[in-house]
Ligand binder design. Structure first.
Ligand code: DAH
Length: 405
């Protein structure tokens, strides 16, 4: 511990040596304060307390070490040396004051900085942070140069599913269809009943439905659910509009399926509806054949197989010739995995609108006929972009999505 020595040699060299002793004593005590300040495990009171003790020890008015130096060195000095001693003492005071101010800024910074910053400062060897310099360089780098060009943010890109959905919609728009949308939270009436699924009809089992809770007090037809398909928008459109109707309906739909590579509880459909005088199954075949050729290439063939949907009669399942093997079922000698060597890929449901639906919307079934179709967008997107796991579309991993930008 430093204590103030009496002077016996008043030569400038000896005076300077005494001053250096005092300064190096101060430096080593300051180093301890720095260590306390830079220690992430000490708190603000300990840090600032350590600084104040050092400052008081050296600079307290009556009792501090500097006051003692001033007193002891000057009082004992012979008249001839007083001037030299005074100069040294003044110089020492100035240096001590500067260093204490600098140390105070450092300690204050450390006292308020989060522990991680202190750890990083230590790792970077910034034990004696020159805050003045830091501030100056911050002012320099933070200065706004209004002549600089603005920051260009990277443009987002269409999600592959949205893009596929838009492609499909575009094909039908080019054929004169308009676009309609409907609510994702639907009533039992629109999702099932008006589409000719009577209550408790087994056809409802084809679609594992997610029902909203707390609906028990409502009439069965008013109970809410997440729509299982876009078909309810057929009814909503016909309620609003008289024939001729040509409409495509893109949207999100929901089913109670566990997510895996080929299932998702939320997925996408594009629905279509055309109602007019004299619409026949021939129109359905021609329209879908044209649409599939527009989407997948003019060499694609379509095939219709009998099926069942409550809202169409007759109903069909539509297949396209496999776009991976050209419909041969083989890629070279290997079985085509995409169509399981059948040469065909099942793509959508379709059919002639069941006249029972016209009863629900007030159309005259003697005057009008129509067709409808519905397809899953996600599977088509997966096929077009060579994605083998549907979940990739929904996980929101930018590294995956970027590839489609
Ligand atoms: N709504 C059906 C489903 O989700 C798909 C469908 C089949 C829609 C035939 C139609 C249709 O419009 O005519 O499984």
């Amino acid at each position: 511990m430093y204590s103030v020595p009496k002077l016996d040699d008043y030569s400038p060299a000896a005076l300077d040596a005494r001053m250096q002793e005092a300064l190096s004593a101060y430096q080593s005590e300051a180093a301890e304060v720095r260590a306390v300040a830079g220690d992430p495990s000490t708190n603000i009171v300990e840090k600032t307390g350590a600084f104040k003790r050092l400052r008081d020890r050296w600079m307290a008015r009556q009792t501090g070490l500097f006051a003692q130096i001033n007193d002891v060195w000057l009082r004992s000095a012979p008249p001839v040396a007083i001037r030299d001693v005074g100069l040294v003492v003044n110089k020492l005071r100035a240096i001590l004051q500067t260093r204490l101010e600098e140390l105070q800024r450092h300690v204050n910074f450390c006292a308020l900085a989060p522990p991680e910053t202190l750890v990083r400062m230590e790792a970077a060897g910034i034990g004696t942070l020159d805050l003045e310099a830091v501030e100056q360089s911050r002012l320099k780098t933070d200065a706004v140069d209004i002549t600089l060009p603005g920051i260009r943010r990277p443009l987002g890109a269409e999600h592959p599913i949205v893009r596929t959905m838009n492609d499909i919609v575009g094909v039908f728009k080019a054929m004169g269809y308009s676009v309609a949308e409907g609510p994702e939270i639907e009533t039992d009436y629109y999702n099932f009943e008006s589409l000719n699924f009577p209550p408790n009809h087994p056809a409802r089992d084809m679609q594992d439905t997610i029902f909203l809770g707390g609906q028990e007090q409502k009439a069965a037809r008013d109970r809410l659910l997440l729509r299982t398909h876009t078909s309810p928008v057929q009814i909503r459109t016909m309620e609003k509009q008289k024939p001729p109707v040509r409409v495509v309906i893109p949207g999100r739909v929901y089913r109670n399926d566990a997510p895996d590579a080929t299932h998702s509880p939320m997925f996408h459909q594009v629905e279509g509806l055309a109602v007019d005088a004299n619409i026949t199954f021939c129109d359905l075949k021609g329209s879908l054949d044209h649409a599939m050729k527009s989407l997948f290439g003019s060499s694609v063939k379509t095939r219709f197989r009998p099926s069942f949907f409550p809202f169409t009669e007759p109903s069909a399942e539509v297949l396209i010739s496999c776009i991976f093997c050209g419909g041969s079922g083989y890629q070279g000698p290997a079985r085509c995995p995409n169509c399981k060597a059948s040469g065909w890929i099942e793509l959508l449901g379709a059919g002639m609108v069941d006249p029972a639906l016209y009863g629900f919307v007030g159309y005259d079934p003697e005057k009008y006929s129509g067709f409808a179709f519905g397809m899953g967008v996600d599977r088509i997107a997966a096929m077009l972009y060579g994605v083998t796991d549907l979940q990739l579309f929904f996980n929101g991993d930018v590294r995956f999505l970027e590839q489609f930008a």
